[in-house]
Design a protein around this ligand. Sequence first.
Ligand code: CTP
Length: 478
Amino acid sequence: MIELTREELKRHLGAPIFGQVGDTADELGLECYVVGGYVRDLFLQRPSQDIDIVVVGSGIAMAEALGRRLGHGAKVAVFKNFGTAQVKYRDMEVEFVGARKESYSRDSRKPIVEDGTLEDDQNRRDFTINALAICLNRTRFGELVDPFGGVDDLRERVVRTPLDPDITFSDDPLRMMRCIRFATQLNFHIDDETFESLCRNRERIGIISRERVADELNKIILAPTPSKGFIDLDRCGLLSLIFPELVALQGVEARNGRKHKDNFYHTLEVLDNISQRTDNLWLRWAALLHDIAKPTTKRWEPKAGWTFHNHNFIGEKMVPVLFKRMKLPMNEKMKYVQKLVGLHMRPIAIADDEVTDSAVRRLLFEAGDDIDDLMTLCEADITSKNSERKQRFLNNFKLVRRKLKDLEEKDRIRNFQPPVSGEEIMEIFGLPPSREVGALKSAIKDAILDGVIPNEHDPARAYLLERAKKMGLEPRHG
Ligand code: CTP
């Protein structure tokens, strides 16, 4: 956060568009302000694309007048139902809205809207840091209007509602998710009173569409240290409402003095680890879900202790169910997460043992182009506090990665295409499509993956003839 005087604010609003907006407002005799995220991000020195303008009067009339002033190249879009308008000019998007006073009914996010003053408008905003306004009219250009101490809160890194938080959250319960999202993205602390209100109002999240909740969740997952958001979501009780499967990962059980780890905190550690390596939202999702089936697969076995057999496969099955319920995309992104969850134990199993060429080839065959992401996930998954053990795994992973590279160059397994096709097999032996053809095809594949033959046509064909002979099959033409 930086301190900005009026002179400095003026300089920051040096782009001609701000002067043009101010002049248009002066011409119409209206007050106008840049507000919300754009102002917050000026102080935080974060890049911000969307410019939101509040006009004390008609936002639509302002946008239309600005459009006329800018002439050619300005595109004005009016959203009559919402009383808003947008002006696109060069690479900028400016949203206009009239200052509003809003009241809400208890079971809907749809407000009853009336015209209001700037103060009314600031009152109805979600957080003090989002309720800052800077005047754009010529005589007051660069003047900051900060009725709730938003700049102080930026300085102290606090997320707080401008009004009684019970009112702010009850008016629009999505703001509870936004509260935690901003605290996570900005690494801010949630004010105590605001936090207590999150706890009290959490059930109201039920009136929010799952798409919007997922949208905020994705932003939390994309934050630099996403665990912070999940810990806050858990502490206020929202997590058990929106994502109970994660809460089920919590807890440590001991029997005969043997404990398993707390899989919730382990998962969050994996998510934070991976977030240092990738901004790929879906790879981060895979980290969040990699152990999701541990609670359902947990068993106590007197000899082995706590086991979670097949949690990767059961987890793989849970992914589409969770994505569907949470209104996340049911497309190739989901399939990718599913695949990584299903395969996440494989590199560890290889690295725990002798790293054989055959095991690495098989892994490469199954992971295909997602092999690098899978390795990134598995490295993030090593959260052992025993540094010797951790180092051993990481060294073995290095070896797996090296072998992957060597074998890939040699054998081109990543996007495996059988060197002898099913058609060719049918043609050679005069066979119809049948189980035998399938068996011969997979025998060739296994021989390649086990390193018995190279991934090339002629050796594969020779191997095929040999195998077929053992099955009593002879080629049609000698
Ligand atoms: N706002 C609000 N309540 C909401 C959504 C938005 O009060 N549920 C207000 C806030 O003042 C916010 C502004 O509308 O600053 C713009 O909202 P939005 O574009 O969603 O957020 P930004 O603050 O711009 O931040 P980001 O772009 O990171 O979402």
